[in-house]
Design a protein around this ligand. Structure first.
Ligand code: NAD
Ligand code: AKB
Length: 332
């Protein structure tokens, strides 16, 4: 593995919810000269400027992917390009192509160039037959969504490339990620971000999940810490690789609304469950056991629900006062 001093890092899908904030932390930790950012979309002029060179890349094109790795001396890849659960279910064949062909390309190229590789899995890798309370690290995984199928297949493929070809592939099963910089890209847990924008902008929110739907969640600073810490962990101590359960909190929409009301007492929520996303959410863990991550590489989140809610409302309220809170309900 390349030592932290001579790392050259490529981030795919870097304009997304996680990538746009991971880019900032990677550039602070390793130097912006050592970071190459990419996405299938064009970058707007101000976004991510100063955190690394930006190169447009469709991860499905192996030649283009290889060229960026080869020409930039890349030795670590954060492979974030993917379609999330709700958009994947709307276009399952395309989701298979983007999520799986993109990943195979990442693995093949990392094998060729000796790169370490971070691949995020998800609570979406679990399914209705999984024990949904205190979901173990190693358990039944029979997801019913195309997103979940690509996540389980991805975990297996990453372990396969590690075992057969020695690729240092590592990953975490992220829960829903909550953040204020970039809106989420079409998942089932998006409500837990949208609710804050709606609360600050108009004092009310219409939730597409039932009030009692429990899901694991995490605030973005902890998600970024997990992505960096697992790649810096001592490989000898890792019994698992792809992928570790990690969580920071779990709550229902009803509980989140109560926590928001502690700051905005007039906040109102109504529920209009969407059968697609409700069905997916019902098949995901109510809360996971992340003791393997805690024991094998010292995972420990900083933010609980109260700390996360206070910070989200502080950041978004300030942006709203400055007239810069761009949000339309129903679009994320
Ligand atoms: P996102 O949808 O916000 O961003 C994904 C990015 O990938 C987008 O900028 C998109 O333009 C890009 N992309 C799509 N197709 C591409 C292609 N063919 N080539 C290159 N880029 C392409 O997603 P995110 O929330 O940032 O998620 C990143 C990763 O983390 C994904 O693998 C996702 O499954 C995983 N994850 C996210 C969450 C979450 O709550 N955000 C939870 C669990 C796992
Ligand atoms: C989604 O809802 O699709 C993502 C995830 C938990 O993987 N946020």
């Amino acid at each position: 593995m390349a030592s932290s001093e001579n790392l050259r890092i490529l981030v795919t899908g870097s304009l997304g919810q996680i990538g746009s904030e991971l880019a900032v932390s990677l550039s602070e930790s390793y130097g912006s000269d050592n970071i190459v950012l990419s996405d299938i979309r064009e970058k707007s002029s101000e976004k991510l400027t100063g955190y690394g060179e930006f190169i447009k890349l469709d991860v499905v094109s192996r030649d283009d992917f290889r060229k960026i790795v080869s020409e930039n001396g890349i030795n670590r890849v954060y492979h974030l390009a993917a379609m999330l659960s709700a958009v994947a279910e709307a276009e399952p064949r395309k989701a298979w192509k983007v999520n799986m062909e993109g990943l195979v390309n990442a693995l093949e190229i990392c094998s060729e160039y000796g790169c370490s590789l971070f691949v995020p899995s998800s609570i979406g890798a679990f399914g209705p037959d999984t024990p949904l309370d205190n979901t173990p690290q190693d358990t039944i995984m029979r997801p019913h969504s195309m997103y979940g199928v690509t996540k389980v297949s991805g975990e297996l493929l990453c372990d396969y490339y590690h075992l057969k070809y020695g690729v240092d592939a590592r990953g975490v099963r992220y829960p829903g990620i909550i953040s204020s910089a970039t809106l989420p890209g079409g998942g089932t847990t998006d409500y837990a971000v949208q609710i804050f924008y709606a609360a600050v902008k108009k004092g009310s929110y219409t939730c597409y999940l039932r009030p009692d739907t429990s899901l694991d969640m995490m605030y973005m600073p902890d998600a970024i810490k997990a992505a960096i810490d697992i790649m810096e962990a001592d490989s000898e101590k890792l019994e698992h690789r792809n992928a570790f359960n990690v969580t920071a909190m779990h709550f229902t929409p009803e509980r989140l609304a109560e926590a928001i009301r502690e700051h905005l007492p007039g906040f109102e929520i109504e529920y209009r469950p969407d059968p697609l996303r409700q069905g997916i959410a019902d098949s995901w863990p109510n809360y996971m056991d992340d003791s393997a991550a805690r024991n094998e590489w010292g995972w420990e989140p900083e933010y609980d629900i109260d700390a996360m809610v206070a910070d989200m409302l502080r950041v978004l309220s300030r942006r709203h006062e400055e007239g810069k809170l761009d949000y339309t309900e129903g679009k994320s």
